[in-house]
Design a protein around this ligand. Sequence first.
Ligand SMILES: Nc1ncnc2c1ncn2[C@@H]1O[C@H](COP(=O)(O)OP(=O)(O)OP(=O)(O)O)[C@@H](O)[C@H]1O
Ligand SMILES: [Mg+2]
Length: 257
Amino acid sequence: MLEIKNISKSFNEGTENEAVIFSDFSLHINKGECTGILGANGCGKSTLFNIISGVLIPEKGNVILNGKNINKLKENERARFIGRVHQNPSMGVSPSLTILENISLSNKKCRKFTLRGLIKKSSIEQYREILRTLDLGLENKLDTEVKFLSGGQRQSLSLLMATLNKPELLLLDEHTAALDPKTSRLVMEKTQELIKTQSITTMMISHNIKDTIKYSDRIVMLNKGEVVLDVRNKDITEKELLEVYNSRNYGSFSEAV
Ligand SMILES: Nc1ncnc2c1ncn2[C@@H]1O[C@H](COP(=O)(O)OP(=O)(O)OP(=O)(O)O)[C@@H](O)[C@H]1O
Ligand SMILES: [Mg+2]
């Protein structure tokens, strides 16, 4: 489904600050599964997402999605079939636009459009229905600017927007990390509902072992640009996963559970 093939990526090449993040890195992601990505701060998880979504171009290697080599496509071109939700609740939305404008924009990202034709009256009821599924009352706030929403409401909206056109791949980069425990749980439950009902192939970066084991079908752990663990979630317990993590990351994971 997604083939990351022999990727190499360094930063500040040829300087004293050169950092090799990936050297001949490969990973296969299965269709319709949620793959949890674990690894210590700075090990290259977001860099991997940046390479997949076209923010960064690797020095070597290929990214192949459903048989298409997408290496030459720009970030905005890839956004037609790759959805992404970031850690920061402000990144997936346009804060000074209303909920209705945001959701209309995300629905139009596949097509050319004019601003005047952006919001179709006939679509408003449909958006209201979709928003109602979040159970956050956002369907009654269509004209509210997104900057007035809480972090949890914004992340839920980002998630909904990222999955609106059923992406071929969904990238979740610590998308609940900035939320309080209760809101984080609600957003995770909503995430699972959205990806499972539509069978969306998902990669989910998290520092939360409990969530990773609960919501992923498969868990991949990275360390120094390599896969150090690749396991089905049903084949490992939380305790075992934490032990592997600590042994691989020098005990740096105390806040994870
Ligand atoms: N654009 C960039 N220019 C230079 N260095 C970068 C750039 N992006 C990332 N890095 C460096 O690459 C390394 C990997 O960063 P990355 O953001 O991928 O880590 P991460 O695994 O997502 O960490 P975290 O868990 O903290 O989010 C870090 O040392 C980071 O400083
Ligand atoms: Mg990161």
